[in-house]
Write a protein that binds this ligand. Structure first.
Ligand SMILES: Cc1cc2nc3c(=O)[nH]c(=O)nc-3n(C[C@H](O)[C@H](O)[C@H](O)COP(=O)(O)OP(=O)(O)OC[C@H]3O[C@@H](n4cnc5c(N)ncnc54)[C@H](O)[C@@H]3O)c2cc1C
Length: 508
C-alpha cells in the first residue's frame, strides 16, 4: 500500500523502508532514527516516514493513515523523553519538512509571525529579530524545539511568569484533525474548542500545521544575573515577590536552580559563574553551616545599547534580595545570544557524548504551598548528590494559563517548575539510566505520599487510570470528549500511551 502510494501524483512524498535515501541500508537506519528520541530509552520503529511540505500533504497523510488503520505521529525535533513522538509500525510525519517560510501578518492587536509548525524556535527568533527587530514574548530555555512540539506541551522558560507559557501566546492555529480535515481556529472562532484542545494536547486531537504568534519589539541587550542563596525559604520569598510584581521595567526573566554545595564539576559551584575567567565562584563566601544544596536565582533585564542608567537600575533592584552577598554574577549580552545561551551547552554535550546518552528527565509542576517541603525531603535528601547538572526550580503563575487548554497544572496560583535534566553516561562515569529512573520514581512517589499539589509536566503514564488521575475527573472527561470529537479512531500520537486505536473510552 505504501509503495503504491509513493508514486501517485499529488500524494504525500512517502519514505519507506526500501526507498528512503535510495540506499538499501540507510533506509533502515533512518527509520531507526525516527524510532527513537532525545530520551534514548524507548524504541518504536515506524513503518514509514512522511515528509509533508504543505498542509494538504499533512491532510493526505492523515487520511491515508485513517484509511489503513495506521497510527500516525507528528514529530517535530524528537526531543521527547519517553517515545511520545513515535508510532511503532505506523507513520511518522517529519514536521521539520514543514518549517518555512515564516511570514509576517498584521493582526488586530499587533504584528504576528505566521509560522509553519515544524520550524524551530531558533528559526523563529532569527527571522523575527534579524528581519523585523521583533520577537515573541515567551520562550523555552533551549530553542532547538519545534513550534508544534512545544505548543503540544506548554513551552515554559523564565518569561512565562509574566507573559504566560508559549501555549498562552498564540493568536490562531491551523490544525488537521484525526479525520483529515483542516481548520483555522482561535480563541474566538467557531472552532475555539479545537484551538484550546490542541494547546498542551499532547498531539491527541490534531496536527498543528501553522501557528500565528504575537510579536513585540525586541530589545538590543540583556543584563543577565545570577545570585546564590543558602536559604531556600528566602529564595522562594524573593522569587515569588519578583514574579508577583506587575510594574514595567522589572526583570523580564526569572528562573533558578538548585545545585550541590560542593566543587563537584557536574553538580556544584562551577555551574554558577557566567564568565568564570572574570569572576569564578569563591566558596569562602558560602556561609558556614549551609546545607547540602544551594540555590541560584537567575534574572534578566532588557535594555537598549546606550542605556547608561542600566547598571544603577539593576543594583537597586538587587538590593532588596536576600542572596549571599559576594555570590552575584552578571554579564551584558546581546538579546539573541541570551536566548541562544544553551547552544554552547549543547555543543559541549555533543562533544563529550552526553547529548546522545539516555536522558531520564523528570519535569514536575509543584505548588508553592509544598515547595519548602519538596526542598527539605527531595532536594536535600533524595537528590542531595545532584542529578549531573542544574535542578531547575522556579515559579510560574497559574493565572497566565488558560483553563480551556488541555494542559494540566496544579491548583495553586504560584507553582514551581522542577526539572531534573539528567543524562546517563555509562558506568563508571555515572549511574545508569535505570537507576536514574528509579530515583525519579522515588521523587514522584514522595510527591504522592506527601499529598503535594503537583502535576507532571511533559507527562508520561502507562495506563488510563494514571492519565485520568493526572487530568482529574473533569479534565479527563473533557480530554476523552475531545478525543472522540477530533480523533475518533484514535490514530494520533500513539506514543503518548493515552489511547489505543479503536478503543476509546466512552464516559457517561
Ligand atoms: C534539550 C531540551 C531542552 C528543553 N527545554 C525546554 C524548556 O526550556 N521548556 C519547555 O517547556 N520544554 C523544554 N523541553 C521539552 C520540550 O518542550 C518538549 O519535549 C517538546 O515536545 C519538544 O518539541 P519537539 O519538536 O522535539 O517535539 P517532539 O518530541 O517531536 O513531539 C512531542 C509531542 O508533540 C507531538 N507533536 C509534535 N509536533 C506536533 C504538531 N505539529 N502538531 C501536533 N502534535 C505535535 C508529537 O507527536 C509528540 O507527541 C526541552 C527538551 C529538550 C530535549
Amino acid at each position: 500500500m505504501i509503495a503504491y502510494l509513493e508514486n501517485q501524483p499529488g500524494r504525500s512524498p512517502l519514505i519507506t523502508g526500501d526507498s528512503y535515501c535510495g540506499q538499501e541500508d540507510s533506509s533502515a537506519c533512518d527509520l531507526e532514527a525516527f524510532g527513537s528520541d532525545f530520551g534514548g530509552m524507548v524504541v518504536s520503529i515506524p513503518a514509514a516516514v512522511i515528509r509533508p511540505t504543505t498542509t494538504d500533504e499533512v491532510t493526505a497523510a492523515v487520511r491515508l493513515a485513517r484509511a489503513n488503520n495506521l497510527a500516525l505521529a507528528a514529530r517535530g525535533c524528537g526531543h521527547s523523553i519517553h517515545g511520545q513522538a513515535g508510532a511503532a509500525g505506523g507513520l511518522v510525519l517529519d514536521m521539520r519538512a514543514l518549517s518555512g517560510p515564516i511570514g509576517l501578518e498584521q493582526g488586530p492587536e499587533g504584528p504576528l509571525a505566521v509560522v509553519p509548525a515544524g520550524a524551530t524556535w531558533e528559526e523563529v527568533l532569527r527571522w523575527a529579530v534579524e528581519e523585523h527587530g521583533m520577537a515573541p514574548p515567551s520562550w523555552t530555555d533551549y530553542l532547538g524545539l519545534s513550534v508544534g512540539g512545544t505548543l503540544s506541551n506548554g513551552g515554559v522558560s523564565g518569561q512565562a511568569f509574566r507573559h504566560g507559557p508559549q501555549v498562552a501566546n498564540v493568536a490562531r492555529l491551523e490544525v488537521v484533525t484525526g479525520d483529515g480535515e483542516s481548520f483555522l481556529c482561535s480563541s474566538v472562532s467557531d472552532e475555539a474548542d479545537l484551538f484550546f484542545a490542541v494547546l498542551g494536547g499532547l498531539g491527541q486531537f490534531g496536527i498543528i500545521t501553522r501557528a500565528w504568534i504575537p510579536l513585540q519589539p525586541a530589545p538590543d541587550m540583556v543584563k543577565w544575573i545570577r545570585v546564590v542563596y543558602n536559604d531556600f525559604a528566602r529564595y522562594v520569598s524573593d522569587a515569588e515577590s519578583l514574579v508577583s510584581r506587575t510594574e514595567p521595567d522589572l526583570f523580564e526573566y526569572v528562573e533558578g536552580f538548585a545545585f550541590v554545595n560542593s566543587d563537584d564539576p557536574n553538580n556544584g559551584y562551577g555551574l554558577i559563574p557566567l564568565d568564570p575567567t572574570r569572576k569564578p565562584f569563591d566558596p569562602t563566601y558560602v556561609p558556614l553551616g549551609s546545607g547540602p544544596i544551594l540555590y541560584c536565582l537567575e534574572l534578566a533585564l532588557h535594555c537598549g545599547r546606550g542605556d547608561d542608567k542600566f547598571d544603577q537600575r539593576t543594583a537597586e533592584m538587587l538590593r532588596s534580595l536576600g542572596y549571599v552577598k559576594g555570590l552575584e554574577f552578571s554579564a551584558h549580552v546581546p538579546y539573541v545570544d541570551f536566548l541562544l545561551r544553551l547552544k554552547q551547552t549543547e555543543a559541549e554535550a555533543r562533544a563529550n557524548g552526553s547529548w546522545h546518552a539516555p536522558h531520564p528527565w523528570l519535569n514536575i509542576f509543584v505548588s508553592s504551598c509544598d515547595i519548602i517541603d519538596f526542598d527539605r525531603e527531595i532536594f536535600c535528601k533524595i537528590l542531595r548528590r545532584g542529578v549531573g547538572g542544574p535542578m531547575l526550580v522556579y515559579p510560574l503563575r497559574r493565572s497566565k494559563w488558560d483553563e480551556r487548554m488541555s494542559v494540566a497544572v496544579p491548583a495553586g496560583e504560584i507553582f514551581y517548575l522542577v526539572a531534573l535534566l539528567r543524562s546517563a553516561r555509562p558506568p563508571p562515569i555515572g549511574p545508569s539510566a535505570e537507576e536514574m529512573m528509579a530515583e525519579n520514581r522515588a521523587v514522584v512517589d514522595r510527591c504522592r505520599s506527601a499529598g503535594y499539589d503537583f502535576k507532571l509536566y511533559l507527562p508520561h503514564y502507562r495506563d488510563q487510570a494514571q492519565w485520568s488521575a493526572h487530568f482529574g475527573e473533569k479534565g479527563w472527561r473533557r480530554f476523552v470528549d475531545r478525543k472522540n470529537r477530533y480523533d475518533p479512531a484514535a490514530i494520533l500520537s500513539p506514543g503518548q500511551l493515552i489511547f489505543s486505536p479503536g478503543a476509546l473510552p466512552h464516559l457517561r
